[in-house]
Design a protein around this ligand. Structure first.
Ligand code: ATP
Ligand code: MG
Length: 751
């Protein structure tokens, strides 16, 4: 028989008393309730290691869940490090990944086969649309995407079709939403598929209906650990409660101040109810913060103290002073990106690894300006929790429209948007086009033109395709006379693309519309559509070369649980952060959730936090004056280093800023089409005051003389050089230090 060596307790070294107590606690349920950076996750991983090292358990008896794949990976690494090897057989993952694993094993019991597929939201919507149509429900009035969101919320609350009441279902689809939900679940089973929400909900159903199966898991999982407990929704909570009936060893860790998924049905109440749910529970509070400097900690604590609904807690650190939090006002988003780029380069020169730097934004669209800046600077970056801006689905779709308009022979682009949004052009018509394309060696677009002159297509696709081709020709003609930004706006409106997104009330869709708006902002920086497309092509080309040490760019939501030496928090403006929806909210709930997000953001920083706000944001064709976020006022001045950029901003902040604060009412998202008829229509004119500042600024920039061959110039990244050739907006320059390079003229100034 194998002899177990006397376990080393090295993993307990360095823990403080409370942490140690939580790690070795043996009798019964345990809740670690503590602020950011106090070592909750560390306690959790050390606790797993402790269970294994002391031989109290085998890896297969441990179940640990957390919220993101990244967090799960980091926890696994951490445990492996502590025990000096992989914990084979341990279940450590997200609720979803563990859910899939369980469902595959017992698929038949919930009416599936074990090789079921997991649908994405597009598939989900398509299926719902079919069901709506079959019921004779007008899916213009009651869009499938909206229903998909409603069903998702039901699933977040573990409401199976049987449990949905008339009240839950409301008016939607003439009161038939619950019925369609039932059909949808039946249909999913028929095609052997599940959606994301099922991964948790079906486990609950499975265990409720098959106590014997639940018992298997009770026998298996002797130790259950949950990170970020404050963000569990009802379905996840039920899931846990059922599993936890089998053991008293349940350890949850969380922080009520970091509950940021209320909008996805998370119930911070779960954490407050822990003692009731798990009788005899021990509650450990951790107060020492190991992550951040006192300035960062003080600022975050002070800010979060403005929330009413909280448990309240003290945090302290004995880290040395460190830098104050930098609060910077800039002129606009462009300047914000430039300043942050410069700061990162300065850090890089001081040998700070880029992987220790993060930019945390409130909304996905904000990443665009940073991405472009980083690409210009040659700073490697990665977008965490989502694709890079120009790789996002809606951006690629919009770019595909632009590409076909400029260059109809772009087959890849044409195929991409041929039936997006769905316009009833199916595979069979496309097959016909492909045949013509091959036989006559022409592009798909040209094939379509030719097909329209024949009877190869059935009347309906022929009509639809004819409309599409005519539209593209019209947009192309418009480019001759009308500003290209407007043409793109028209294109996205007339093609039905924005309508498609607008019909979708989910938070994701709102983000997509914002991304499209941001795309038009990017377009403004170019004189023509082809110049813009070229710019994008160069960007994507550049981006692929990045590797290794990189700056992280992500939303605040995606940053939960992570930490970085340096954190940049841009866009602290009313209407952006806190976002407009929270401001429109009658109650305080929305605003308090935004404030918790700000707390999460600040507490990601170990050493340095840089908060910034812009005085102006360009949204569509308009410049909008922005007012600094109320959260800035809630930071304690004694811990801040405030600065405003010299130059324009200072000039205006002295003269006009007082007026600006009075006149501006934050972002005018109302006019951005989220609610209006046309995403790109509405009020295009800028207010007079904003107009003036806009034009003044342009005049300053407009002074840039034409660039000619032989001229000596200065490039932001490569320094001085001489122009060898000019090709549209691209320049070949022989740089004095960097050698010959192809660059865009917008980054070059006469020396
Ligand atoms: P969050 O609420 O943000 O998820 P957390 O409470 O989970 O934070 P951890 O990420 O576990 O905090 O810990 C924060 C940092 O402090 C980590 O770098 C961790 O390694 C370090 N840390 C935690 N406890 C100790 C300790 N006893 N000694 C030294 N460093 C520690
Ligand atoms: Mg944590």
């Amino acid at each position: 028989p194998e002899r177990r060596p006397v376990a080393s307790m090295a993993h307990l070294e360095g823990l403080n008393d409370e942490q140690r107590k939580a790690v070795i606690h043996e009798d019964g349920p345990l809740l670690v309730l503590a602020g950011a950076g106090t070592g909750k996750t560390r306690v959790l991983t050390t606790r797993i290691a402790h269970l294994l090292i002391t031989g109290r358990t085998r890896p297969s008896q441990v179940l640990a869940v957390t919220f993101t794949n990244k967090a799960a990976r980091e926890m696994l690494d951490r445990v492996a490090q502590l025990i000096g090897g992989a914990a084979d057989g341990m279940w450590l993952g997200t609720f979803h990944s563990v859910g899939v694993r369980i469902l595959r094993r017992h698929a038949e019991l919930v009416g599936l086969k074990s090789n079921f597929t997991i649908l994405d939201t597009d598939d989900q919507t398509r299926l719902l649309k079919q069901l709506l149509q079959a019921e004779g429900i007008d899916d213009k009035k009651w869009p499938a995407r909206v229903l998909s969101g409603i069903i998702q919320r039901w699933k977040d609350r573990a409401l199976t079709p049987n449990k949905v009441t008339g009240e839950d279902a409301g008016e939607f689809a003439n009161g038939k939403a619950a019925e369609i939900y039932r059909q949808y679940q039946t249909r999913l089973a028929e095609v052997n598929a599940v959606d994301f929400g099922d991964l948790v909900m079906l486990c609950v159903t499975l265990w409720q209906q098959h106590p014997d199966v639940l018992e298997q898991y009770h026998r298996r999982f002797r130790h259950i650990l949950v990170d970020e407990y404050q963000d569990t929704n009802v379905a996840q909570y039920l899931w846990l409660r059922l599993l936890a009936q089998g053991t008293r060893d349940v350890c949850c860790v969380g922080d009520d101040d970091q509950s940021i998924y209320g909008w996805r049905g998370a119930e911070v109440g779960n954490i407050l109810r822990f003692e009731k749910d798990f009788p005899g529970a021990e509650i450990v509070r951790l107060e020492r913060n190991y992550r951040s400097t006192p300035h960062i900690l003080a600022a975050a604590s002070h800010l979060i103290a403005h929330n009413e609904g909280r448990l309240g807690k003290t945090l302290w650190t004995d880290v040395k002073e460190g830098e104050r939090i930098s609060v910077r006002g800039v002129w606009d988003g462009d300047e914000e990106a430039r300043t942050i780029g410069e700061e990162i380069e300065a850090l890089q020169r001081d040998k700070h690894p880029l992987s220790q730097i993060a930019i945390l934004v409130r909304a996905g669209f904000q990443t665009r300006e940073f991405e472009e800046r980083f690409i210009t600077l040659g700073l490697p970056y990665r977008v965490i929790g989502g694709p890079r801006f120009y790789e996002r689905q809606e951006i690629r779709d919009a770019l595909a429209y632009c590409r076909v308009t400029v260059q109809p022979d772009d087959d890849l682009a044409f195929e991409r948007i041929y039936n997006t949004p769905r316009r009833g052009l199916g595979e069979s018509a496309l097959r016909t086009l492909r045949l013509i394309q091959r036989a006559q060696r022409v592009s798909l677009f040209e094939a379509a033109r030719r097909a329209l002159e024949t009877d190869e297509l059935k009347p309906r696709p022929r009509k639809l395709l004819g409309d599409l081709i005519k539209s593209f020709e019209r947009w192309r003609d418009m480019l001759d006379g009308i500003n290209h930004v407007e043409v793109v706006e028209t294109m996205l409106d007339e093609s039905g693309y924005t309508d498609m997104l607008r019909a979708d009330r989910s938070p994701e869709a709102e983000g997509r519309l914002e991304n499209l708006k941001e795309l038009t902002n990017a377009l403004q920086e170019f004189d023509t559509l082809p110049a813009f497309l070229e710019h994008v092509a160069l960007l994507t080309d550049n981006a692929e070369k990045a590797g290794g040490d990189m700056v992280s760019v992500m939303t605040l939501h995606a940053a939960k649980g992570l930490e970085f030496d340096t954190v940049f928090l841009p866009g602290w403006e009313e209407g952006l952060f806190p976002n407009q929806r929270a401001l429109d909210d009658k109650g305080l709930a929305g605003l308090e959730e935004e404030r918790r997000l700000a707390y999460v953001g600040l507490t990601r920083a170990r050493k340095r936090a840089y908060v910034s706000f812009a005085a102006n944001r360009r949204v569509f064709n308009q410049w909008q004056a922005a007012i600094p976020s109320r959260f800035l006022r809630e930071l304690p001045t004694g811990h801040l280093a405030e600065s405003s950029d010299a130059g324009l901003y200072a000039t205006y902040s002295a003269g006009h800023h007082a007026g600006l604060r009075e006149q501006a009412s934050g972002f005018d998202y109302e006019n951005l089409g989220v609610t209006g008829r046309s995403a790109f229509g509405g009020n295009r004119s800028r207010t007079r005051w904003r107009d003036e500042t806009f034009d003044d600024r342009r005049a300053v920039e407009g002074d840039k003389p034409d660039l000619t061959v032989g001229q000596r110039v200065f490039h932001q990244k490569f320094g001085y050089g001489r122009i060898l050739a000019v090709d549209g907006n691209k320049l070949d320059i022989d740089f004095e230090k960097a050698g010959p390079k192809k660059v865009l003229d917008s980054f070059v100034d006469a020396a």
